[in-house]
Design a protein around this ligand. Structure first.
Ligand code: C2E
Ligand code: CA
Ligand code: CA
Length: 649
């Protein structure tokens, strides 16, 4: 880096030192402080010198002059306090300094050294008068002193007589000190200016940061809407203003249904766009009538005062029904559904936090019932509390290994040989005992815990399958997947890692998916399924017959198996409708060259019926309930022995 001063730099420096463009532009307040400080310091030193010189006979006259300057300085100190008298105070200080310097030069001080005190004058002058006036005052002083010294022999005999050498040296050095004083003063003011600039920049920055922090403590970062902290305060205000005889306060929770899935597909930027779009829609609904807050990434709260007689609880749901909330990404429209929960003040609660909580309960209940909206009902409370309790417990259960995997045998109905097993999760809570997967799997799905749960399940299942293979039982393993698993970008990798770890082939694993998996994001789910098929996994449509049973899935998806739901199988012999469904499903599967599995076989008659109709595989309590790993191996050995006995007979 070139640090040599440029010609321009030198020009600007000299221009400023000589005050050609710069003048005293210090704030009056600062000038006032400065002149008072200088006066006080000068007065203290002046008094000390005056006192000291008073006791030296030949310096008595000087002592009086110094006393006089002290008086001048005290006067400057007093006048300097008033803004309009600052210039007078400065001139008084300079006058006092010139008087002392003059007296010292004339009287010579101690052995002629008084002359040298004159060097301090230019520093004081530049400090008080700034760059341009400083030069005028200093040059004035220099001229006066030079004039006096040249003609001093003409004055009275009291005047100290300096030699011509001293005089010429003094004049040269006073000129030099004047230049130094000007430069020092210029550098000082420049440094102060820069310091001030930086301080004000930093102050502005930190003020901006502070304002931002204050804003985001009470607002959402993305939508800039009030967050929960601010919402509570706003609700309190709304409650204070309400006229209880005629009005009520409406609190809605608006939950975006599939934000997790949408984030997985579109990435967080796409999901952010959708959240902003929803905020915009809701803003249009609320307008000036109430509050719109953004309390969680996928949750908004709307609150407004409504007339008790005219309020329509369906208002918000109708608003959504009239418009589809969507964003367009690369030519595709992505839609977002919402679920609404409603709570009213004072009917459901009087505390803002509890009102929000109750609207949340209503929303969760609506979600569970697959309804778009619900108003709070105390009956929901129990289910809500249970849901949250299970969520907390499930997290702990996963860490504390309270979850186990059981295996339910799948039997070849023609030969009676065990050909595989379905892995089913079991949760034995130390306090509550057995908790059904029917209860905890939905909680896991909703909370996202299904992802770590499935990763763990996959590892356990593959390890178990490898153990069977080692013991010469060439069985396949069926693993249940949830809709959310199919949207998990890490699913394929998790499965592949486990395959490699336990040296299994993908064809040993059947992945059971339900038709509802396709309802959410058909394109994305189908893409994952095709990828899994390419790797070699067998795919099975679980609970077939309970959903939409769209034949297009069977036609378009690379599946290997249909699993008839147990609700058609369990009472098969008693219900001719179920028989018709099961028998046509068997034919359908065979027409598409798919294997067919019947689950929920509870008796021999059902097994016989299914075998005769050509069903390939059977699963149910008639053969065995889901078994722990050790029990399953014992079952395999018994089954092996039974079949070899049959073979021998
Ligand atoms: P599913 O996938 O349809 O599993 C079959 C269910 O039927 C199991 O219930 C099994 O114990 C039960 N079952 C089997 N044979 C009979 C029978 O003869 N009679 C009767 N009445 N029931 C029979 P389970 O274990 O309670 O699981 C319920 C559901 O929970 C499963 O239905 C599945 O959707 C889900 N689930 C269980 N484990 C997992 C898992 O590891 N991952 C996922 N994603 N879901 C799981
Ligand atoms: Ca299943
Ligand atoms: Ca099933």
């Amino acid at each position: 880096m070139n640090t040599a001063p440029s010609a321009n730099g030198i020009y600007f420096f000299l221009r400023d030192v000589f005050g050609i463009k710069r003048q005293h532009n210090m704030a009056t307040e600062k000038r006032s402080r400065q002149v008072i400080a200088v006066s006080i310091i000068g007065a203290i030193f002046g008094s000390l010198f005056s006192l000291f010189n008073f006791f030296t006979p030949e310096m008595k006259l000087l002592s009086f002059v110094e006393l006089f300057t002290v008086v001048l300085l005290l006067l400057a100190c007093l006048t300097g306090r008033r803004d309009s008298f600052v210039a007078i105070a400065e001139n008084l200080v300079i006058f006092a300094a010139f008087c002392t310097v003059g007296a010292l030069i004339v009287l010579g001080g101690r052995e002629g050294t008084g002359l040298f005190w004159a060097y301090t004058a230019p520093f004081l002058v530049f400090l008080l008068k700034g760059q341009r006036l400083g030069w005028w005052y200093s040059l004035g002083l220099l001229a006066l002193v030079t004039l006096y010294l040249i003609s001093s022999h003409l004055f009275c005999s009291h005047a100290y007589q300096y030699s011509p050498v001293v005089i010429s040296q003094f004049i040269a050095s006073l000129s030099f000190y004047t230049l130094i004083a000007a430069s020092v003063n210029h550098l000082r003011t420049k440094f102060e200016e820069q310091l001030q600039k930086q301080v004000s920049l930093k102050t502005a920055d930190s003020q901006k940061l502070l304002a931002q922090l204050q804003f985001f403590a009470t607002h959402d970062q993305l939508t800039k809407l009030p967050n929960k902290v601010m919402l509570i305060d706003m609700l309190k205000k709304q409650i204070d203003e309400i006229n209880l005889s005629e009005q009520l306060l409406v609190v809605y929770i608006v939950k975006l249904d599939r934000l997790f899935e949408i984030s997985t597909i579109l990435g967080s930027v796409g999901a952010d766009q959708l959240v902003l779009r929803i905020a915009e829609y809701l803003g249009r609904f609320v307008e000036a009538k109430g509050i719109l807050a953004h309390t969680h990434r996928d949750e908004f709260v709307i609150s407004y005062q409504a007339n008790r007689t005219s309020f329509n609880a369906e208002e918000l749901s109708l608003f959504f029904a009239e418009r589809q909330v969507s964003i367009e990404i690369q030519g595709h429209f992505i839609y977002c559904d919402v679920t609404l929960g409603l709570a009213l003040y004072p009917d459901h609660d009087t505390d803002p936090r509890l009102l929000i909580n109750k609207a949340q309960q209503a929303m969760l209940q609506a979600h569970e019932n697959k309804q778009q909206w619900l108003t709070y009902d105390p009956k929901h409370e129990k289910a809500f509390v249970r849901h949250h309790l299970l969520f907390g417990k499930l997290q702990a259960a996963l860490i504390q290994h309270h979850l186990k995997v059981y295996f339910q045998p799948q039997i070849d109905l023609l030969t009676g040989v065990v050909v595989g097993a379905e892995a089913l999760m079991r949760w034995h809570d130390p306090v509550e005992g057995f908790i059904s997967p029917e209860e905890f799997i939905p909680v896991a799905e909703e909370s996202g815990l299904i992802l770590p749960l499935t990763s763990w399940l996959v590892d356990v299942c593959m390890q178990e399958c490898a153990t069977w293979h080692e013991q010469e039982f060439k069985l396949h393993m069926s693993i249940n997947l949830s809709a959310r698993n199919l949207l998990d970008p890490e699913l394929v990798q998790t499965l592949q890692i486990s395959l490699k770890k336990y040296d299994l082939s993908a064809t040993d694993i059947t992945l059971e998916i339900t038709e509802s998996c396709f309802m959410r994001s058909p394109e994305r789910s189908m893409e994952v399924i095709r990828r899994l098929h390419q790797i070699g996994f067998r795919l099975s449509i679980d609970d077939f017959g309970t959903g939409y049973s769209s034949l297009s899935y069977i036609k378009n998806l690379p599946i290997s198996e249909l699993k008839i739901d147990k609700s058609f199988v369990r009472k098969l012999l008693l219900n001719s409708g179920d028989q018709a469904i099961v028998s046509s499903t068997i034919d359908l599967a065979h027409n598409f060259e798919l294997q067919i599995v019947a689950e929920g076989i509870e008796d021999e008659g059902t097994e016989n019926w299914l075998r005769i109709r050509g069903c390939d595989i059977g699963q149910g309590y008639f053969f065995a309930k889901p078994l722990a790993s050790g029990d399953f191996l014992s079952f395999l050995l018994t089954n092996l022995m039974e079949n070899s006995n049959h073979g021998n007979q």
